[in-house]
Design a protein around this ligand. Structure first.
Ligand SMILES: Nc1ncnc2c1ncn2[C@@H]1O[C@H](COP(=O)(O)OP(=O)(O)OP(=O)(O)O)[C@@H](O)[C@H]1O
Length: 368
């Protein structure tokens, strides 16, 4: 039996990426195709290591080759990824996608979501950085067990001094909290705060990153304007809790990203503290702050709903002890964060493909 490259590629043209709505060959995702007798091997290059459809696409390739080429074929598929980036980027070239994590109100769990999202994306093999730009109360040092840590610096060949992000759990971190005394009130104000935040982007030795997560201060202020106008942003993740007071502020925060002068894609809404589950009765969910508020908000703005996170002690404990809950992959909350990370990465890949003209302009948004 002779199998040709053309036969295999023709078979794989029947496999469509459901997000990008084109086949894998057209999308140039099939690499290193080799055929020896009945042994076929190739690499499937995805747009993100966090792709939630990894297994589905691999199975679809196997089935297509078995069906259209030969039942006897022995098929080996190696999965890799090359994270795409928005098109219009001339600065921060080594940072592919900047993701803002934002909330209308303080204390809703924005830093918790930013930290766990960073870990969940990194767990799939992506190169991830995290900037804590919360001028009012930088909490990333606490959440990563780095209170009192001081980043180093190095000189470039051109004589520029670069801050070296601190690496923990595979994530490169910089927080305004590293540059202030943890026991003193935060002195950042107006232009000084904006300049300090810009430095975290421009004057740091980030190296290559697939995703740089930014934990913003709550609300809508100078820092938001500075960041959205200074850097190419892949999108914003909005964190809310189900109470009406939180939702009202979230609505304002979300509307800000949609303003024509800002115009940042909203990747979706995360509903934190969605319900309470007692450890001894894990099946019982108590919607003590109201039900589905985040979901309905997402629907009303036509943006994806990324998932809900319950109120659980392991999140508070993880945050306080410097080991974010997403590190414990057996914990069900860690799985929820992994799912949210998958959806965020997926949404970015769709937006990037769209801006590169690689996908039809109508993208279905899952708001269920
Ligand atoms: N789902 C949850 N279950 C239990 N505790 C949580 C949950 N989400 C957040 N917390 C805890 O609530 C506190 C506030 O969370 P976090 O610092 O993430 O909020 P924030 O929105 O970033 O606050 P800030 O406005 O200060 O930036 C932390 O102690 C955190 O561990």
């Amino acid at each position: 039996m002779m199998i040709s490259q053309e036969q295999v590629l023709a078979a794989l043209r029947n496999v469509e990426d459901p997000d990008l709505k084109k086949d894998l060959v057209t999308l140039n995702m099939i690499k290193d195709l080799k055929i020896e007798d009945k042994h076929i091997s190739f690499t499937l290059e995805l747009t993100t290591p966090a792709c939630p459809m990894k297994d589905m696409l691999k199975n679809a390739c196997l089935n297509a080759i078995k069906h259209f080429v030969s039942r006897e074929a022995e098929i080996e598929i190696n999965i890799t990824s090359r994270v795409t980036r928005p098109m219009d980027t001339t600065q921060l070239k080594a940072i592919r996608n900047i993701i803002l994590v934002s909330s209308g109100k303080g204390g809703v769990g924005k830093s918790t979501v930013a930290s766990n999202l960073a870990i969940a994306l990194g767990a799939d093999g992506a190169k991830v950085g995290l900037i804590d730009a919360d001028i009012y109360g930088p909490s990333v040092p606490t959440m990563f067990g780095l209170v009192g840590a001081k980043p180093g610096a190095r000189e470039t060949a051109e004589g520029k001094t670069l801050i070296i992000p601190i690496e923990k759990y595979g994530i490169k971190l910089l927080s305004l909290g590293f540059f202030a005394d943890p026991d003193q009130p935060v002195p950042w104000r107006g232009p000084m705060a904006s300049n300090a935040v810009k430095q975290l982007f421009n004057d740091a030795d980030w190296g290559e990153l697939d995703y740089l997560i930014v934990d913003l201060p709550p609300g809508t202020g100078d820092i938001h304007i500075t960041i959205t106008q200074s850097f190419p942003i892949a999108g914003a993740v909005i964190v809310t809790t189900p109470q009406q007071v939180a939702l009202a502020d979230t609505r304002k925060g979300l509307a800000m990203f949609k303003m024509p002068s800002i115009n940042i894609p909203v990747l979706g809404v995360v509903e934190n503290m969605a319900y309470f589950t007692p450890a001894e009765l894990p099946e019982n969910k108590y919607y003590i702050f109201g039900k589905d508020g985040g979901k309905e908000l997402a629907k009303s703005f036509g943006v994806p709903f990324l998932g809900e996170i319950p109120i659980v002690q392991s999140i508070t404990e993880g945050g306080d002890s410097g080991v974010p809950v997403a590190m414990d992959t057996h914990n069900s909350v860690a799985r929820s964060f992994a799912e949210i990370a998958g959806k965020v990465a997926q949404q970015i890949a769709i937006n990037n493909a769209q801006s590169a003209g690689n996908v039809s302009p109508v993208v279905e948004i899952d708001t269920n």
